[in-house]
Write a protein that binds this ligand. Structure first.
Ligand code: CU
Length: 320
């Protein structure tokens, strides 16, 4: 049995204190390009107010309970309208821009986990998860070939670090795909089956407390010890809070080259759930040149000391 690698990695929890309030444009689904100037002005005014509040000692609201991935604007940047095919089965392009307060497209990014931007797409019921890396044009447009498998309402997450800031930002928008929708509900599951692999997760989530999560990969009952590096690690975990899909993006701290992280079967994370309730976990791992995604649903218990620690629910859906 390989040494269990203990990888310390905080979910980027409450951090990212946006300078101005995150609620500014949450309700606005579509914003014409020529409104960018107004947006910039409003953002500036909002920031001034926030600064004034800060000056008298009050923390900005967004810093108190700010979660990533719930707004189309944060940290001075905004995710513009996303264009994509409107119906399932139609091959096309998914594209968008990130703009700054002046309405100028952001073209300079910092590498984070080997990429300039990570795009996560998931239907609001937690199904249809995809994680891809679009291409950036000279004019600041990100694009990737795209085809929807199913109708429904989707959340788009753009996860990136603007050059020179070192501050990860996650912006989100909703995209609707026409057609008959049959919402799924991912079953509570601490074990997933994908492409012949079985992946189980040990550990429990507890609100407000860092929790160890260890994923173990096996095939035909044998531990898999040939995991390949993917995005600079042996596993890539995306965690979303069920209900609002607040975005918690995590990676192991250990790297394949650091001499301590083993190539399986265990992949460790430390995760901190902001609240009690259900979380959707998506673990990307790479074996034999192919990336697979294992999906889990775990319950986080309430604040430490007030409730028993949640365990993964016992009933499992082996059918997905
Ligand atoms: Cu990525």
């Amino acid at each position: 049995m390989a040494i269990r690698t203990q990888l310390k990695l905080g979910l980027y929890g409450a951090g990212l204190a946006a300078l101005f309030t995150g609620a500014l444009f949450t309700a606005q689904a579509v914003m014409p390009a020529d409104a960018a100037g107004d947006w910039a002005k409003a953002a500036e005014e909002s920031m001034m107010k926030t600064t004034q509040h800060t000056a008298v000692g009050a923390a900005p609201a967004a810093a108190e309970h700010g979660q990533r991935g719930l707004s189309l604007e944060a940290g001075g940047f905004m995710l513009e309208e996303v264009t994509a095919p409107g119906v399932p089965g139609e091959a096309g392009i998914l594209a968008f821009r990130i703009i700054d307060r002046d309405g100028q497209p952001l073209t300079d990014y910092e590498l984070s986990h080997e990429k300039n931007l990570h795009l996560i797409v998931v239907r609001t019921d937690g199904t249809q998860f995809r994680h891809v890396h679009p291409t950036l044009d000279a004019d600041g447009t990100w694009s990737v070939p795209w085809e929807w498998a199913d109708a429904g309402s989707y959340r788009i997450f753009a996860d990136f670090v603007p050059a020179g800031t070192g501050e990860p930002i996650t912006l989100t928008r909703t995209v609707d795909v026409a057609g008959e929708v049959r919402p799924g509900r991912s079953a509570a599951a601490a074990e997933a089956h994908v492409a012949g692999y079985t992946v189980s997760v040990q550990g429990s989530l507890s609100a407000g407390t860092p929790s160890d999560l260890t994923f173990s990969v096996s095939r035909d009952g044998e531990p898999v010890t040939s995991l390949q590096p993917y995005l600079g690690a042996y596993g890539h975990l995306v965690a979303l809070r069920a209900g609002d899909l607040a975005y918690l993006h995590v990676h192991p701290e250990g790297e394949p080259a650091d001499g301590t992280a083993a190539a399986g079967p265990a992949i460790g994370f430390v995760a901190e759930a902001p609240t009690a309730g259900a979380y959707l976990l998506y673990l990307d791992f790479k074996v034999d040149g192919a990336v697979h995604t294992a999906t889990f649903r775990l319950e986080a218990s309430g604040a430490a000391g007030t409730a028993e620690h949640a365990r993964p629910e016992a009933d499992q859906d082996h059918g997905h």
